[in-house]
Design a protein around this ligand. Structure first.
Ligand code: GLN
Length: 202
């Protein structure tokens, strides 16, 4: 890890809906100064942002209502590091499949993501994922009404797939997205990877 955890600039968790507290706790546990972000003025004070899991259609609506969607798109385009989990990954995807009518994403990640891709029988499940970039041990991944990355464009790359080949973690420059929820299992390596990018961008 580059630099000491304490040297990281202030980061945010988009706090419109979803499991905001869990992400704040992980980031603070890693030594980062982390604040909830709802308004454009708060966004302006952070050097990186986590978009939590929750319900992407609600996060979308609230982000437009709070006037933060456009400033956030601009920050993403300008290279701010962003990590999206589950609904957060959906928000980062350039294309969302099975969206509700009128649902928009922020975009940035050159992927198409399908919402609720695992169907009713497999609504929630847990599995271990080998992710070479993260080393040992395997990542214990919890999927909750999770999306799947259905296609990966040339600008994005695959970080993790299920044994059947379905893509569940991707990255592209300063953007990182996972279908699953590391913040609920004590898995900190994705947040560390995000904080490394924040440090590198500073
Ligand atoms: N199914 C949710 C959505 O479409 C995502 C679920 C989650 O974030 N755990 O936004």
């Amino acid at each position: 890890m580059a630099g000491s955890p304490g040297s990281v600039a202030q980061v945010g968790v988009l706090a419109l809906q979803g499991d905001v507290r869990e992400h704040l706790a992980v980031l603070r546990g890693l030594g980062a100064e982390a604040i909830p972000v709802r308004r454009p003025e708060e966004l302006a004070t952070v050097s990186g942002l986590v978009i939590p899991g929750g319900e992407s259609s609600v996060i979308d609506k609230l982000s437009r209502l709070f006037g933060i969607a456009e400033p956030l798109r601009a920050r993403i385009a300008a290279g701010m590091p962003v990590y999206g989990t589950c609904a957060g990954l959906i928000m980062l995807a350039d294309t969302v499949l099975d969206s509700i009518t009128g649902q928009q994403s922020l975009g940035g990640l050159d992927v198409a993501v399908r919402r609720n891709a695992f169907g009713n029988q497999n609504d929630s499940f847990e599995t271990d994922l080998d992710i070479p970039e993260l080393g040992e041990p395997a990542v214990h991944a919890v999927f909750i009404r999770a999306p799947v990355v259905e296609s990966v464009g040339p600008r994005a790359s695959v970080l993790a797939s299920l044994p059947d080949g379905r893509v569940v973690a991707v990255e592209q420059d300063n953007l990182l997205g996972t279908s699953f929820h590391p913040e609920v299992t004590g898995e900190h390596r994705f947040h560390e990877r995000f904080l490394d990018r924040v440090r590198a961008a500073a």
